[in-house]
Write a protein of this length. Structure first.
Length: 177
């Protein structure tokens, strides 16, 4: 398939239509996470191993350290529970790899130079803005909600399991004494 604007629009349109159909699938039709993708319907897989590697590379480029915290497993669990979003992101990563292959003759995860990655990210962040911003937002949320990252940031976590940080005594029950 040639990396043309028309093919990209067709792919996104099919992805949107497909995500609407997939969201209406009964839960038993949703597949389990595997290294070679998620089978969400018999014969239809999303997130091939190459797509997963590009997802991990983009996440680590946007938020350094995302790969170390296991973003691949976190993201794959998220999209396996929400196949409509999975189809949306799969189409976005297809576009990312297509642009990368057209410009540098290799998928995004194989790019080594920061300048090459930046060129692809700059293009995709404008041409496929919705995908890019939604993915970046998710990676940031996953990163900062991970307890292993909290330790590196010297954040002790939510105060409620440990007590009431702002008060000398815990709140009292209101009612009859």
């Amino acid at each position: 398939m040639n990396p043309t604007r028309r093919n990209f629009i067709k792919t996104v349109a099919f992805g949107i239509l497909g995500s609407e159909l997939i969201l209406r699938l009964p839960p038993k039709a949703i597949g389990k996470v595997e290294d070679n993708g998620i089978e969400i319907q018999k014969g239809y897989k999303i997130f091939s191993s190459e797509t997963q590697k590009s997802m991990e590379a983009l996440a680590d480029t946007l938020v350094p350290g995302a790969k170390d915290m296991g973003i691949r497993a976190i993201f794959m669990n998220y999209v396996s529970a929400n196949p409509g979003m999975g189809a949306f992101f799969d189409a976005g990563f297809w576009n990312l790899d297509t642009v990368s292959k057209a410009k540098f003759k290799k998928p995004f995860y194989k790019l080594e130079k920061k300048e090459d990655k930046k060129a692809i990210i700059d293009h995709v962040s404008v041409a496929n803005r919705v995908f890019f911003h939604r993915f970046r937002e998710m990676v940031i949320k996953f990163y900062y909600s991970n307890p292993s990252v909290w330790k590196r940031l010297s954040y002790n976590g939510p105060p409620q399991p440990r007590g009431f940080m702002d008060y000398y005594l815990p709140p009292q029950k209101v009612g009859k004494k």
